[in-house]
Design a protein around this ligand. Structure first.
Ligand code: ATP
Ligand code: MG
Length: 434
């Protein structure tokens, strides 16, 4: 048990009236009515009302309480009393109260929710912003969502791996990379665990997953891109694209279903009614999606990627999670497996939320010879891929996989407008601190 605390706010109930408890937290608010003084103490579990009636309180305690500064950290030992008007239906009558850390004043931003702060102010003082219930709620939900991801994948027989984030070569070429100095050589921050998780298929691990950082040096400044993001990646042997699509839709379904149950109090505080997406998700081929986009007045040539506007138009037409399948081989990465009978199309897919892309995946080429040719055909130098290609030379099973953006999963689930609100300390073009 904690030395400084016996209970969280959420552990105490009105029927504990008469019990002595020790609580700890931050001073959220003070209300001085002259003869009666209320302190609202906040911890991770919620709010507690500490009530001091002047006539009944030790004068020294009463006066020291009135000198407290908001957001200071306290522990309070006192007696629980049922009080219908207090948060959670109880108040605490203190016997002792000690300040563990005094706050400066004024605060860098308001945290009671009375004054709105813009995102930059909030991010500059993120530690304070995170003290706000609604900000905290999103991260508690993110925690439960990722726990559900792990549980799901482990039940499906996936082994968790951790692959290097400092690498010598680009995964895909094209995408901008962050160069770093690695002793006296140039290295990069990895943009995806793609090559390593594929090597693990040759290693015989059969089904692997990783939840880790990916780094993208693109200078985009959008509401759905970060320069450091969290990717949920899987790779599985003896599976094709259809098999891993099925795993992905069941996973998304499971995450929503778990969050709906495990995070009911947070969802309520955020005013979100979570609707669990129905299985199976719609499958829409690239060609059909192109037709939708064209019919809505967007101009796209076959073989081009959909821009943001066309993507939104298709998303609105479909209105729920869906898979965009069978992409032209030429616009997908070199490791994407073409259909044997119609090689201009590939065994690839994106998982889409009406608002944005959530995941990309495919069956992968497992033939060393074809992979080598495809790397060259994409204008890349196979020498840079030696460590990767070697794994295809000595027995590589057919395999497939996907990468799902953790922040995008959370932001679409919680209707978060800006991806920066789905990550604790966002990294974007302008922000490297905190
Ligand atoms: P987009 O086209 O939306 O920029 P992408 O196709 O470049 O995404 P992939 O390389 O397919 O992204 O990465 C797989 C998933 O990782 C994406 O679907 C997305 O959820 C997530 N992701 C990729 N890049 C970013 C980023 N810069 N910020 C946040 N999430 C990202
Ligand atoms: Mg993609």
């Amino acid at each position: 048990m904690d030395i400084m605390r016996t209970h969280y706010a959420s552990d105490i109930t009105p029927d504990m009236s008469g019990d002595t408890v020790t609580v700890a937290g931050w001073i959220h608010e003070m209300r001085d009515l002259g003869g009666i003084y209320f302190l609202i103490l906040r911890d991770r579990g919620g709010f507690m009302q500490i009530t001091m009636v002047k006539k009944k309180t030790d004068p020294e305690l009463f006066e020291s309480a009135r000198r407290l500064i908001r957001e200071s950290v306290l522990t309070v030992t006192g007696t629980v009393k049922k009080e219908d008007k207090a948060p959670r239906g109880y108040e605490i009558i203190p016997q002792t109260l000690s300040v563990l850390s005094e706050s400066d004043s004024p605060l860098p931003m308001d945290i009671t929710g009375k004054v709105d702060a813009d995102i930059d102010t909030r991010l500059d003082s993120r530690f304070i912003d995170l003290r706000r219930r609604k900000t905290l709620d999103a991260f508690v939900i993110r925690h439960h969502a990722l726990k559900a991801v792990r549980n799901f994948l482990e039940n499906e027989g996936f082994i968790e791996i951790h692959t290097p984030k400092v690498v010598a070569a680009a995964t895909e070429g094209g995408t901008a990379l962050f160069p770093i100095t690695y002793f006296n050589r140039e290295a990069f921050l990895n943009q995806s665990p793609q090559l390593y998780k594929q090597i693990m298929m040759s290693a015989g691990f059969d089904r692997v997953y990783e939840i880790g950082a990916i780094f993208r040096a693109e200078e985009h400044d959008t509401l759905r891109h970060l320069n450091e993001a969290t990717s949920i990646d899987i790779e599985a042997s003896f599976m094709d694209h259809l098999d891993v699509m099925e795993i992905l839709e069941r996973l998304v379904h499971k995450v929503y279903a778990r969050v709906a149950v495990d995070c009911a109090p947070q969802l309520e505080e955020l005013g979100i009614e979570l609707s669990v997406p129905k299985l199976p998700f719609k499958r829409v081929s690239y060609d059909d999606a192109l037709e939708i986009a064209l019919s809505q007045g967007h101009t796209i040539e076959w073989g081009e990627d959909f821009g943001t506007a066309a993507e939104r138009a298709i998303g609105n037409a479909i209105g729920e999670h869906y898979f965009l399948t069978d992409w032209p081989t030429e616009i997908k990465p070199y490791y994407t497996h073409p259909y044997e009978d119609k090689p201009v199309y590939s065994k690839s897919f994106d998982l889409m939320h009406p608002r944005m892309e959530l995941a990309s995946g495919s069956q992968r080429i497992h033939s060393h010879k074809i992979l080598h040719e495809m790397i060259e055909a994409h204008g890349l130098n196979p020498n840079g891929f030696d460590f990767y290609l070697k794994a295809f030379q000595y027995g590589m099973p057919p395999h497939a996989g996907w990468g799902l953006g953790a922040e995008r999963l959370v932001m679409t689930m919680l209707h978060i407008e800006n991806i920066r609100d789905a990550v604790l300390f966002p990294r974007d073009r302008k922000r490297l601190s905190p």
